[in-house]
Design a protein around this ligand. Structure first.
Ligand SMILES: *[C@@H]1O[C@H](CO)[C@@H](O)[C@H](O)[C@H]1NC(C)=O
Ligand SMILES: *[C@@H]1O[C@H](CO)[C@@H](O)[C@H](O)[C@H]1NC(C)=O
Ligand SMILES: *[C@@H]1O[C@H](CO)[C@@H](O)[C@H](O)[C@H]1NC(C)=O
Ligand SMILES: *[C@@H]1O[C@H](CO)[C@@H](O)[C@H](O)[C@H]1NC(C)=O
Ligand SMILES: *[C@@H]1O[C@H](CO)[C@@H](O)[C@H](O)[C@H]1NC(C)=O
Ligand SMILES: *[C@@H]1O[C@H](CO)[C@@H](O)[C@H](O)[C@H]1NC(C)=O
Length: 890
């Protein structure tokens, strides 16, 4: 009952979103994501040209090759639809569609009689972090007759050992699994090395994990008209040719285990042997009237490890952490069964997110901005792995950090781990988490506390010596073994301030109270009606919980539990942030420098955030103390950081030739704190156009050859809506995404030319959600303000409900008695002015009720005499008395 208004609101919202389908045509991103799911499943098309799937080979996000190839057989003729297999003609690409979660290619033979649609879906279900963290991705193949005729059609696809490691000489082993609903091919390195990544040379990693199983699986089932066959472990050339000649595979398992590739010793470019893992789907005769299920096949690809991460806990105990899905599924097999069954649901959820995202992006900026955020989304989750928190802390649920099982709807204690993809592989780097804060606020507020918890918990063990939070909790993922007794902290101002701003944003993203009452249900319904919560992804998790409120609840509980820690970091800021020593920040590309103004801004925002956290937790002394510190710092900052000619903020105190794209000011706008005066924003708005290059203003005057896409859009978020500064900043990033000359997509770019220069496929792309995050937080502030200003408080509401209930009870009681009496043949007359309950017993001053009885047969009326008196309030029990009354003829 409480939820109905909410669900109704959501349903309406979904309808509105679906009524305006996004225009996804005419958009081909720099890199096309194919299977992007975890740090070790990241397959992209990274070539420069036209993203023609037939001519291109999918690559790992590092740009090293993977083997993922496909053939299409139409009436015995074979075409290559993926991976540039030049033994056969390339299928013709006829269309490409990019969605937030899905890349869809359509290819045909030539001349076109049959089309193959290959849909690569890496689901985006950000409210449902349990589903989001399943380590598999889908490939759906469907074929269609284009010329109205019947065709015999088969489709083939294969993967190889390069999904496990770059090193081709690694020995592999494999097996096939034929389950009721699917067939799976599992392969792994023979030499399993737990928590270890592949080294290229000493100290350089290939970003491949030397532990775990690769799975390529196809949905089967006796009811399916599609006949699926497999081949595991035979050489690539012979496997492909066997399909090409027969259109089928022999369900063969070649158990002679071998390395990924064997090359001729005399000629290293000649591959002699390459075991592959392949499926073929025979669709039989495909005609225009064939049902979609009879001409579609569903595949799953993924990499599975258990445990996933090692983590430093109190008492210097290193604990292996298991993947979240293990809380619900006893084996990979049962997980895969669920994954296949879940396809339709998860596709729908992903499409809904896509529609809502484009609708919101259009509302806050425009269609092109929609493309920017859509293409930035899948890779955010590539950096993340969810773990099942089986520790005491997880079990006792003090902070209640959880996700919900989509099967049982029950909570599972959860933490989220992050790999600093591309830049250096650290675990849970705070300055990589912070940039994608806007995405979390828009799409998945619960992710924020789950992601901060490993750092907070590690810091609380006391094993890390310096006061400020650690930059990361492990030199190289998946080892999160901390930096015990480490004495030199990296980027301490940056991280301390980030942590405080993140903690506050998480608490303020929504009302932290669950929908516990009709009052809140009614309020929410009203909010929806007013349209005041339009921007932002809305969904229900668990049993009727709003995921946004869940996120805020967790963040608040977490801040409460870690209050002492947060406060110690704020104290550090108070000591250090006004005159930063020689420290690094996330905007320096060449080492630390003193007195960086971006660190001062961040430090001030950290102090202000501490004040606001204290306010929300009822710590009034701290609230006043940190607020005063932040205000004091701003005064000094304005004296030292503004250029002498008043044109812009310097990049370091006193250096008149320095400037910066001041992305940290975004925190002030995001949190609505108005900590810096309007004049600062107006000054920066006027300044950016004077330093802008075609792909935006450089980040820092010290290194004008660099910009960062995430910071460009944070700066856009700090600019005034409608200003030319905002326009140029958003357009710069949109232009970069259109620059198809790039082979890869990274967040570090040259602002002059728009080249990608490293930092590939990082989650910081979630920072592109800055404008959406801004709206989400502004809406929530408005809601709070309205709630506070409204004359009706919750107490008053309940009082009104109480009075209303009493009145309704009285009216209903009277109506019921009338009805009952009427039914039994009694008619109520009022003599004089009588209270509506007809209290005859207390009748004084001529106020009296007279009961008349009507005999059903004759229709004559009788008046009830004295003995018929009864007390209304006692009801039924009095009836006999009435019967005994003396009747008087009317
Ligand atoms: C496809 O393979 C051929 C032959 O190996 C090669 O010459 C060509 O460059 C490849 N095409 C692409 C787009 O990589
Ligand atoms: C292949 O598809 C892309 C994206 O739709 C398009 O730009 C390109 O022109 C197509 N190439 C061919 C050969 O049709
Ligand atoms: C398995 O593959 C190897 C390498 O291609 C080949 O030499 C061997 O004959 C195959 N075994 C079977 C039983 O086909
Ligand atoms: C080496 O192998 C490649 C690929 O099979 C072939 O094209 C090339 O001609 C070979 N070179 C020599 C010297 O045999
Ligand atoms: C930082 O700036 C302050 C104020 O201008 C100055 O006194 C101090 O010497 C500077 N610190 C460094 C290391 O340059
Ligand atoms: C002042 O800033 C400019 C531009 O960033 C830089 O090149 C120069 O080295 C700086 N001067 C000092 C003394 O740090």
């Amino acid at each position: 009952m409480v939820l109905r208004p909410l669900l109704l609101g959501l349903a309406l919202q979904a309808l509105v979103a679906l009524a305006q389908p996004p225009d996804e045509t005419d958009y081909t991103p720099i890199v096309v994501p194919l299977a992007v799911r975890s740090p070790y499943v990241g397959a992209y098309l990274t070539g420069r040209q036209d993203k023609n799937l037939a001519l291109m080979d999918p690559h790992f996000w590092t740009t090293t090759p993977l083997g993922w190839k496909g053939l299409l057989r139409v009436d015995g003729e074979v075409w290559n639809w993926m991976g540039n297999l030049t033994d056969w003609p390339a299928a013709v690409n006829s269309s490409f569609t990019h969605k937030t979660a899905e890349s869809i290619f359509t290819l045909t033979n030539d001349p076109p009689t049959v089309a193959l649609t290959a849909s690569f879906l890496s689901p985006i279900t950000p409210a449902d972090l349990f589903r989001q963290s399943l380590p598999f991705s889908y490939l759906r193949l469907s074929v269609e007759s284009l010329d109205g005729k019947h065709h015999q059609v088969e489709a083939y696809s294969e993967v190889n050992g390069l999904w496990l490691a770059d090193d081709e000489t690694e020995e592999m082993e494999w097996e096939s699994k034929e389950e009721k609903e699917w067939t799976g091919l599992r392969y792994r390195l023979e030499n399993q090395r737990l928590f270890e990544e592949e080294q290229i040379t000493e100290g350089w990693t290939a970003d491949r994990i030397l532990h775990g199983d690769m799975w390529y699986a196809a949905q089967t089932g006796s009811s399916s008209p599609v006949k699926t066959t497999f081949s595991a472990g035979d050489d690539a050339i012979s496997t492909r040719h066997s399909f090409a000649s027969t259109g089928t595979l022999g369900n063969t398992l070649n158990s002679t285990f071998r390395p990924t590739r064997t090359r001729a010793s005399s000629n290293l470019s000649q591959v002699l042997d390459e075991p592959v893992f392949a499926f073929s789907h025979s669709f039989g005769t495909v005609s225009p009237s064939s049902s979609i299920s009879s001409r579609s096949a569903l595949l799953a690809i993924g990499h599975v490890r258990d445990p996933v991460v090692e983590y430093m806990t109190a008492g210097e105990v290193v604990a292996p952490l298991r993947p979240l899905w293990r809380s619900t599924f006893s084996s990979t097999e049962s997980l895969l069964s669920f994954f296949f069954r879940d396809y339709a649901d998860v596709l729908k959820l992903s499409d809904e997110f896509n529609a809502k995202l484009y609708a919101d992006a259009r509302e806050v900026d425009g269609q092109e901005y929609g493309h920017v955020v859509a293409v930035s989304t899948r890779q955010i989750f590539m950096a993340l792995e969810a773990v099942w928190d089986e520790s005491e802390e997880g079990r006792d649920g003090r902070t209640g950090l959880m996700t919900y099982s989509p099967i049982t709807g029950l909570p599972v204690p959860t933490m989220m781990m992050l790999k600093e993809v591309s830049s250096n592989g650290n675990a849970n780097t705070l300055d990589v988490i912070a940039p994608f804060l806007p995405f979390m606020l828009y799409a998945t507020p619960s992710l924020l506390p789950l992601l901060l918890e490993p750092t907070l918990r590690y810091s609380a063990t006391g094993l890390y010596a310096p006061i400020p939070p650690p930059h990361d909790i492990g030199d190289h993922y998946p080892s999160a073994i901390g930096h015990n007794d480490f004495l030199y902290p990296g980027l301490p101002l940056e991280e301390a301030a980030n942590c405080l701003c993140l903690a506050l944003a998480g608490m303020r993203v929504a009302d932290p109270r669950p929908y516990s009452s009709i009052f809140q249900g009614a309020r929410t319904w009203l909010d929806e009606k007013r349209g005041s919560e339009r921007i932002g992804w809305r969904a229900i998790v668990g049993k009727g919980k709003d995921h946004r409120r869940e996120g805020a609840r967790m963040a608040k509980a977490q801040a409460k539990e870690r209050y002492a820690l947060l406060k110690s970091w704020a104290n550090y800021l108070e000591q250090e942030a006004l005159y930063p020593g020689t420290q690094s920040s996330t905007d320096d590309f060449f080492g630390p420098a003193p007195n960086q103004t971006s660190l001062v801004i961040k430090g001030i925002m950290g102090l202000r955030s501490m004040s606001e956290i204290a306010a929300d937790l009822g710590e009034t002394a701290d609230r006043d103390h940190y607020r005063a510190a932040a205000d004091r710092f701003v005064q000094t900052f304005l004296k030292l950081a503004v250029a002498d000619d008043g044109s812009h903020l310097l990049s370091s105190y006193g250096n008149q030739s320095s400037w910066l794209t001041h992305y940290n000011l975004y925190y002030d706008k995001l949190l609505g704190t108005e900590q810096f005066p309007d004049s600062v924003y107006a000054m920066q708005d006027a300044f950016y156009p004077t330093i802008a290059e075609p792909y935006g203003p450089p980040l820092d005057s010290r290194f004008p050859q660099r910009a960062k896409t995430d910071w460009l859009l944070w700066a856009a978020g700090a600019s005034s809506p409608g200003s030319s500064a905002r326009r140029l900043l958003v357009d710069a990033v949109a232009r970069y995404f259109r620059a198809d000359k790039n082979a890869v997509f990274g967040d570090a770019i040259t602002p002059q030319e728009g080249w990608s220069v490293g930092f590939l496929s990082r989650p910081v792309a979630g920072g592109h959600y800055s404008l959406l995050g801004l709206h989400v937080m502004a809406q929530e502030r408005k809601r709070r303000l309205e709630a506070a200003q409204e004359w009706i408080s919750e107490e008053l509401f309940w009082a009104a409900i109480g009075v209303g209930a009493v009145l309704a009870g009285l009216v209903a009681g009277r109506a019921w008695r009338r009805a009952r009496n009427g039914k039994r043949g009694y008619v109520e007359l009022l003599a004089g002015r009588v209270g509506f309950r007809g209290r005859r017993r207390s009748a004084v001053g001529g106020e009296e009720t007279i009961w008349l009885a009507e005999t059903p047969e004759s229709g004559s009326l009788f008046e009830l005499g004295e003995e018929g008196e009864y007390d209304d309030d006692e009801g039924e029990g009095n009836e006999p008395k009435r019967q005994r009354g003396s009747f008087a003829e009317d």
